[in-house]
Design a protein around this ligand. Structure first.
Ligand SMILES: [Zn+2]
Length: 355
């Protein structure tokens, strides 16, 4: 009986063992933040290895899972060391902490195929020694400043979440990573193509925020956290594969959750009211101007429009508007359904409130 079992076992496994000596000896991924990731593999077989492909996916919010593939250049041999450098300048970079899943697909001249299991590599910014705190799905990372500095910013984060829930009903659904760089220079150094005015960035598809905050600009930092965090949470509650939000709503909510409007924005709004040069709600649905002076007005008006909607019609209507956008509604359609007027109607009503 025992013999019988052994025989059957050998028979069952023999063809697989005989098929191939193709194997991976080592595999690694080295991160050079923020420029590149270098994937390396050593493999050997009885026959010459003829093809090596790297397949990888990026952990991010996506409605279609994309497996990227790179063909690796190497000298065909029975024993190969190959590498493929992923140049991130080509895709504009990745935020810190992004997880990449990768595997190797290898072929030899005998027609053998080998696919390794997926392995993860974390795209960490290893140029700094990060400290971290976790609270209510938010992980806050920082490297300069003591524990109190980190806790102060985490408190500001939690306060911003509370304010947002109070005014719009939106609450955090998925984890958020918040990277606090020591200053603006360090922040810009973490990006591939930084714009020099960037103080903070929300990578909404990655649930990640990066901001440069020092102890000397703490108030600005807290306010910027509230702004960027609102972009992330709003994206979480409205995510759909069809349609984004009108810019006035996205930026208006972020401004509203920061707190009272700064005087430079108020001045810009007052001037436009006096000179009857307000921009319409419909125009503000498109991406904002890159001209700094016009852009002040874009943000100031967006703040004002969102304030009008929340203060006049309440939190539940704003929650309903976000839920309607989450179903992929059009800008006019969503407003019409929830408030009973479209963008032009909103423009008339809102402008009517301005003196
Ligand atoms: Zn913004």
């Amino acid at each position: 009986m025992l013999m019988m079992v052994l025989c059957m076992t050998v028979l069952a496994f023999a063809p697989v063992q005989a098929a191939s000596n193709l194997k991976v000896l080592s595999s690694s991924a080295d991160v050079s933040f923020p420029q590149s990731i270098n994937f390396k593999v050593s493999a050997q077989s009885d026959a010459k290895i003829t093809e090596i492909r790297l397949q990888y996916t990026i952990n991010m919010v996506s409605f279609a899972q994309v497996v990227n593939e790179a063909f690796v250049d190497f000298q065909s041999s029975t024993n190969v060391n190959a590498q493929w450098k992923w140049d991130l300048t080509r895709i504009g970079g990745l935020p810190p902490g992004t997880v990449i899943n990768y595997r190797w697909v290898i072929k030899d001249a005998n027609g053998n195929n080998l696919t390794t299991p997926f392995t993860q590599v974390k795209f960490d910014d290893g140029r700094y020694t990060w400290k971290s705190i976790v609270q209510n799905k938010v992980t806050l990372y920082w490297y300069q400043g003591d524990q109190t500095f980190g806790q102060t910013l985490m408190q500001a984060t939690q306060d911003a979440l509370t304010r947002l829930a109070g005014s719009t009903g939106a609450t955090i659904k998925d984890p958020v990573r918040l990277y606090i760089y020591a200053n603006q220079n360090d922040l810009l150094g973490s990006m591939i193509f930084p714009q020099e005015w960037t103080g903070g960035v929300a990578f909404t598809s990655y649930g990640c925020i990066a901001i440069g905050i020092s102890a000397s600009n703490l108030d600005w930092g807290k306010s910027t956290i509230a702004h960027e965090l609102t972009h992330i949470i709003t994206a979480q509650v409205t995510a759909n594969p069809y349609n984004g939000l009108p810019t006035w709503l996205d930026e208006g909510l972020a401004m509203f959750n920061q707190g009272p409007l700064d005087s430079s924005f108020t001045a810009s709004l007052n001037q436009a009211i006096q000179s009857k040069s307000l921009i319409t709600v419909r125009t503000l649905s498109s991406p904002f101007s890159s001209d700094a002076n016009i852009s002040y007005l874009d943000y100031a008006e967006s703040y004002n429009i969102v304030s009008y909607l929340i203060n006049t019609y309440g939190k539940d209507k704003m929650a309903a508007l976000e839920a309607t956008f989450q179903q992929g509604a059009t800008y006019d359609g969503a407003l019409q359904k929830v408030y009973g007027f479209n963008m032009d109607g909103l423009n008339t009503k809102w402008q009517g409130t301005l003196k």
